[in-house]
Design a protein around this ligand. Structure first.
Ligand SMILES: NC(=O)c1ccc[n+]([C@@H]2O[C@H](COP(=O)([O-])OP(=O)(O)OC[C@H]3O[C@@H](n4cnc5c(N)ncnc54)[C@H](OP(=O)(O)O)[C@@H]3O)[C@@H](O)[C@H]2O)c1
Length: 259
């Protein structure tokens, strides 16, 4: 028997978001799948319903449109869906000199990774707080811990997400709503092929399978939330840079990430 509550996953048409959908459906959780690619979402929903006997609904939407978070939250209410887990995962990167990248693309990135994430959280939280039960997983990035030249705006959106998400976790602690801030390093998805990561930068041990990243996040959710940096090598990198001057870190990263 599937739960009357849904997990809403943004960016569910591929990569980490699709893995979240598969993992949650395998646990018997019903899912709402959001991304722009309606056909992919429909195919995934059909598969999850048939395989796991859960409810699964595609909600195709471009979350980089102005007020998209509000529109999605309204749709959820109109259709009577109750959300007990929100996964803000949709995202994309852009590499190159800040001034040479199209501004429209960079502002769409900000609306998707900051505005839609914040608005969905704001609109869907009250139900969780009232029920004193729920969870939020914000898929941020290791890039959120320091400035990344040539992925300047992308890393800044993830710095916002880290700060927002970790602060919110503490505010929500007394309300029994868990918040996970997930900061993956290189992960084997379309993002590595087409997004901010394309270039010379190599990941120690190669990109991580998205299934591992998702498992770490769901484990932390069961523990009541917190910061997740998957893989020892990523944890060591985040920890060690705290002993270097911030300007030195930016300079080193400029050398490493120059396209
Ligand atoms: N892969 C990595 O190395 C890595 C590392 C650290 C953090 N991350 C983060 O992980 C998250 C997921 O990325 P991924 O690696 O799984 O890459 P991915 O396979 O490219 O997935 C990105 C997802 O976001 C959706 N999306 C993109 N723009 C959207 C928009 N305007 N409106 C709605 N949905 C949109 C895409 O679907 P449609 O194209 O169908 O809309 C897709 O489902 C991102 O936030 C990324 O920053 C990835």
């Amino acid at each position: 028997m599937s739960s009357p509550f849904y997990s809403l996953i943004t960016g569910a048409s591929s990569g980490i978001g699709e893995c979240f959908a598969r993992a949650l459906a395998a646990q018997g959780k019903s899912v709402l799948l959001v991304a722009r690619s309606g056909e992919k979402l429909q195919a995934l929903a059909t598969e999850l319903k048939a395989t796991h006997k859960v409810l699964a609904e595609p909600l195709p939407m471009d979350l980089s449109e102005p007020c998209a978070g509000e529109k999605l939250a309204q749709l959820v209410v109109q259709r009577g869906f109750q959300i007990d887990l929100l996964i803000n995962n949709a995202g994309f990167g852009a590499r190159g000199n800040f001034w040479a990248l199209p501004f429209d693309k960079q502002s769409a990135m900000m609306r998707l990774q900051i505005e839609a994430m914040m608005e969905l959280t704001f609109r869907l939280l009250p139900g969780m707080i009232d029920r004193r039960k729920g969870g939020i997983i914000n898929v941020s990035s290791m890039t959120g811990f320091q400035p990344i030249p040539y992925a300047t705006a992308y890393a800044a959106t993830k710095a916002f997400m880290n700060s927002f998400s970790m602060a919110l976790r503490e505010e929500l602690r007394p309300c029994h709503v868990a918040v996970v801030t997930l900061c993956p390093g290189g992960t084997r998805t379309n993002f590595v092929n087409v997004g901010a990561r394309k270039g010379r930068h190599k990941f120690p041990g190669g990109p991580q399978p998205p299934e591992e990243v998702v498992e770490d996040a769901l484990t932390q959710l069961r523990r009541g939330g917190g910061l997740v940096v998957p893989r020892f090598v990523n944890k060591a990198s985040v920890f060690s840079q705290r002993f270097l001057p911030r300007g030195t870190v930016a300079k080193l990263l400029a050398r490493m990430s120059k396209p």
